[in-house]
Design a protein. Structure first.
Lengths: 265, 150
């Protein structure tokens, strides 16, 4: 498919990327491109300029601090995360990334791209909310601020990363008692409904695919999840794959499964 | 934009529009039509190539992003008319029916075997997950890869 005409820039630093993005309303950051290039084909997005973040080493890499906190560069690919020894400090991250699409997509697609596109069917938004990730956003001029994951996702395809800003890294606290469950279109396909859970005294579950942003529920035990899901008064979308009622049913089932998996670790 | 891309060991310098996808650059500009356009939506894997040794779908990458990189396509597998053991195995196991997905299957299986010369059944299937065979001839494809796994 021939894309609409587009300018292309490959900045040599994050500072330069931010300048390019801030200088042009029609500029968009190009991460792995596994979503953006396709939506450009469909003309669902038509940026005037692509600012290619590939090659910015500042945005790559996974660091494990002494207290177990992981810091993951936004341009880290799923494959890099799956293969990372450091990322095993929070095993759920690699486990979930290994189920995103296929080898080719995992080799290109990035952690930052997954959360910044905030497609409600993506795997990582609910996972980031459940594990209590913190997102660092850089602005032109050298400023940066940190946003907790539950405040990062604002709407469908909309996050706290504003125009002229970039997500640079995600930090995730230590922990092992996590779970993730999804019903997908084929093995490792697009999620019809998903849920990520963390058990740390109480149960923290984030539901995906049922609203514009992940829905966070906190309960005392996995047994209380179905009631908590009912009380959340979800109104999930209906589509050819699942009715709203079926998605609501799946949300309770998957949240319970994710919490049980988390609790069993 | 001027780009320099090495494809199957040959360096090419071309003036490329940023909007051109890598698959179209390979097929239309370099006349390397082995890599196929199947779905053009990133699902089917018929356009799979290796970019600096990493398996990617060339319909989800701009040609300008390959500037300075080394690309391997299905044309680069056989040397001097000699099929690779994997290609020979595809032939022997009847691992292709219409052949449309074959270039992508070969590149995905090549990437797998370089990384893991002794894959198990599940690893082979997982490695070929991004490649769709419209004839649904997966069984023989997996058999062909298994036969060259050490």
């Amino acid at each position: 498919m021939l894309l609409r005409e587009v300018e292309y820039a490959k900045p040599g630093s994050v500072a330069e990327a931010l300048e390019l993005l801030a200088a042009d309303d029609g500029a968009r950051a190009l991460a792995g491109g596994q979503t953006l290039i396709n939506v450009m084909k469909a003309r669902a997005a038509s940026p005037d300029k692509l600012v290619d973040l590939n090659g910015l080493e500042e945005l790559r890499g996974i660091e494990l601090a002494a207290d177990g906190t992981l810091t993951i560069g936004a341009m880290t690919t799923y494959s890099e995360l799956v293969a990372s020894a450091e990322a095993k400090a929070r095993p759920i991250l690699g486990e979930v990334c290994a189920t995103i699409a296929d080898v080719q997509v995992r080799n290109r697609g990035t952690i930052g791209g997954n959360v910044c596109s905030n497609d409600p069917t993506n795997h990582l938004p609910p996972l980031m909310v459940a594990v209590g990730a913190r997102m660092t956003i850089a602005t032109a001029g050298g400023g940066e601020h940190e946003v907790p994951a539950e405040e990062f996702f604002l709407g469908v395809y909309l996050t706290a990363v504003g125009p002229g800003e970039l997500l640079t890294r995600i930090s995730i606290p230590a922990g092992k008692k996590d779970g993730f469950a999804a019903v997908t279109l084929g093995a490792d396909g697009t999620c019809i409904c998903n849920a990520a859970a963390t058990v740390n005294g109480s149960v923290r579950v984030a539901l995906g695919c049922v609203d514009a942003v992940p829905v966070l529920l906190e309960t005392g035990s996995p047994d209380e999840i179905p009631e908590a899901v009912r009380a959340a008064n979800l109104e999930p979308p209906s589509d050819v794959h699942a009715s709203s009622d079926y998605r609501k049913h799946l949300a309770a089932v998957l949240a319970t499964r994710a919490a049980q998996e988390a609790g069993a670790r | 934009m001027d780009v320099t891309v090495t494809v199957n060991g040959t360096s090419y310098e071309r003036d490329v529009e940023p909007r051109k996808l890598l698959i179209h650059f390979l097929r239309d500009d370099l006349d390397l039509t082995g890599s196929h356009v199947g779905c053009d939506t990133g699902n089917c894997g018929a356009c799979s190539v290796l970019l600096d040794g990493v398996l990617v779908k060339s319909c989800m990458l701009l040609a300008v992003q390959a500037d300075g990189a080394s690309v391997e396509t299905v044309e680069g597998l056989s040397q001097e008319g000699e099929l690779t053991p994997l290609q020979q195995s595809f032939n022997e196991h009847h691992a292709l029916q219409c052949g449309y997905c074959t270039p992508g299957m070969l590149m995905s299986a090549t990437a797998l075997l370089r990384d893991n010369p002794s894959p198990g059944d599940d690893e082979i299937r997982k490695a070929l997950q991004g490649n769709i065979c419209r004839c649904t001839g997966y069984w023989n494809i997996v058999e062909a890869v298994k036969a060259v796994a050490k």
